[in-house]
Design a protein around this ligand. Structure first.
Ligand code: 2AM
Length: 187
């Protein structure tokens, strides 16, 4: 089974991102737009694991905590690796410092179970579309530039989720397997 750990986004943020994506989708079908229901912030991509490992993964994740909620501000959009030959179009996430700590703790907890650790520093983002092949359709350039600092809302997150991803011809299908409240003692 293919697994990852993610934060969900609240309905208000999902709606405002959905409105923006509907405008872009109407202009061009070219990048693979992420379905609004599927938007999430990945904290750790686990990848393929044997179902027998699930119990250990759940136990490891339930031991990861933070002393306060993670605050997230969704503001602005951009491209990875750059606007010239983009592969990913994302919404920027400005997060409280404990988010990086949380992602690092999840990474370390899973490494003990044999999940390969991240090599790159954690960079929170919300993937909105994937370009295959890389390259921004001209029709989208101006409208994306006009919305480069668009606000989508904010949230205080107190739980993360273990999600199974099933790759289907129509796009990935996600199922939440377990939700982990991570705040132990809020100050
Ligand atoms: P992304 O948002 O940056 O595309 C499920 O596939 C989630 O895991 C996606 O949101 C994706 O992040 C993330 N992910 C991270 N590394 C991945 C990898 N090597 N293959 C597939 N997904 C990956």
């Amino acid at each position: 089974m293919r697994l990852f750990v993610a934060l969900e986004i609240p309905p208000g943020v999902r709606e405002s991102l959905g409105e923006f994506l509907a405008v872009l989708r109407a202009l061009s079908s070219q990048p693979r737009w992420v379905r609004t229901d599927n938007l999430h912030i990945t904290l750790k991509f686990i990848g393929e694991v044997l179902p027998e490992k699930l119990g250990d993964i759940r136990a490891a994740l339930s031991a990861v905590h933070s002393d306060r909620a993670v605050t997230l501000d969704f503001r602005g959009v951009g491209f990875f690796p750059n606007e010239k030959r983009p592969r990913v179009f994302w919404a920027d996430v400005e997060a409280s410092l404990n988010l990086g700590q949380l992602a690092g703790d999840i990474d370390s907890a899973l490494e003990k179970l044999g999940v390969p650790p991240e090599k790159r520093p954690f960079s929170p983002h919300l993937t909105l579309a994937r370009f295959e092949p890389p390259g921004l359709p001209e029709k989208l350039r101006a409208v994306i530039q006009e919305n480069a600092r668009r606000e989508f809302g904010s949230v205080a997150a107190r739980e993360f989720h273990l999600i199974e991803s099933k790759l289907k011809p129509g796009g990935a299908e996600y199922t939440t397997l377990e939700t982990f409240p991570f705040v132990v003692a809020e100050v």
